[in-house]
Design a protein around this ligand. Structure first.
Ligand SMILES: Nc1ncnc2c1ncn2[C@@H]1O[C@H](COP(=O)(O)OP(=O)(O)OP(=O)(O)O)[C@@H](O)[C@H]1O
Length: 228
C-alpha cells in the first residue's frame, strides 16, 4: 500500500552542532506497509517517529530515497493541533479538514453533526478554535480524522491526550476502526497500546530500524536495550 525505500532525512541545524550543521534523523530506512494492517512505531524520544509519519503523509520530503504509494490512496496524519485555522470555528475547521482528506462538500456536511456529537464540544463547536483549550483542540482533531475517510491513518501519540473519559472513548473508537479494514500507522510510547492495537511493530533508533515483527517481541527487545 505504501513503501519507504532507503528513506533518509537530515535537518540543517545551527552551525557548530552535530555533524557540521547537519542532523541526520533517518538513515536509509526501508519498509512496506500492507493493506488493513496496524503498524506500531516505537523508540526513544527524538529518534524520528513523528518525522517518519510526516514523510508518509507527504508533509515533509525525504532528503534521500523515495516513498511509493499506491495511486489514488490518501494518507492523513492525525496529531494534536496540526492544521487548525485558529480564527475559524470548530465547525469550519472540521469542514475544511474533511474536505482536505478527500471528502466531497456534501459528504463533509453530513459528517459535521456526527463530529459535533462525538467531540462533545457543544456550543463551542461554533466558536473560533483560538478560544479552545488543548484538550478541546485534540477532541476536534481526533473526531474529524476518526469520522472522515482516509486510506492510511497516521496516528501520532493522540491516544495519550485529553481527559481520562474522552481518552477511553477515543481509544475504543480507534480500536473499532483498527479492527476493521483501516490501514494504520501508530506512534506510541505505551507498550500496552502497541501490544493491544498493532499487528506488527517497528523499533527505530539512531536513524535505523533495529527490529521489526511481532509487537510483543519487538517491545521486549526495545525494553531490554534500555536496561543495558
Ligand atoms: N524542523 C526541524 N528542524 C530541525 N530538527 C528537527 C525538526 N523537526 C524535528 N527535528 C529533530 O529531528 C529529530 C526527530 O524528531 P521527531 O519529532 O521525529 O522525534 P520522535 O521520535 O517523534 O520524538 P518523540 O518521541 O519525543 O515525539 C529530533 O532530534 C528533532 O529535534
Amino acid at each position: 500500500m505504501l513503501e519507504l525505500r532507503d528513506v533518509s532525512l537530515s535537518f540543517q541545524t545551527s552551525k557548530g552542532t552535530f555533524d557540521h550543521g547537519v542532523h541526520h534523523v533517518l538513515d536509509q530506512v526501508s519498509f512496506k506497509l500492507y493493506e488493513n494492517e496496524t503498524l506500531g512505531i516505537i523508540g526513544r524520544n527524538g529518534v524520528g517517529k513523528t518525522t517518519m509519519l510526516r514523510i508518509m503523509a507527504e508533509i515533509l520530503a525525504p532528503t534521500g530515497g523515495e516513498i511509493v504509494k499506491r495511486p489514488g490512496k490518501t494518507a492523513s496524519l492525525l496529531t494534536i493541533g496540526l492544521g487548525h485555522k485558529l480564527d475559524l470555528s470548530g465547525r469550519d475547521n472540521a469542514m475544511l479538514s474533511a474536505m482536505l482528506q478527500g471528502a466531497t462538500k456534501s459528504e463533509a456536511l453530513a459528517y459535521l453533526e456526527q463530529i459535533k456529537a462525538f467531540s462533545e464540544l457543544g456550543d463551542s463547536f461554533e466558536e473560533p478554535v483560538k478560544t479552545y483549550s488543548a484538550g478541546m483542540k485534540s477532541r476536534l482533531g481526533f473526531t474529524t480524522a476518526l469520522l472522515t475517510h482516509v486510506d492510511i491513518l497516521l496516528v501520532d501519540e493522540i491516544l495519550s491526550v485529553g481527559d481520562a473519559e474522552f481518552r477511553k472513548k477515543a481509544e475504543k473508537a480507534m480500536k473499532e476502526r483498527m479492527a476493521g479494514d483501516q490501514t494504520v500507522v501508530f506512534v506510541s510510547h505505551s507498550d500496552a497500546q502497541v501490544k493491544s492495537l498493532c499487528d506488527r511493530a517497528i523499533w527505530i533508533d539512531q536513524g535505523k530500524i533495529c527490529a521489526q515483527g511481532d509487537p510483543e517481541e519487538v517491545i521486549a527487545e526495545y525494553r531490554a536495550s534500555m536496561r543495558k
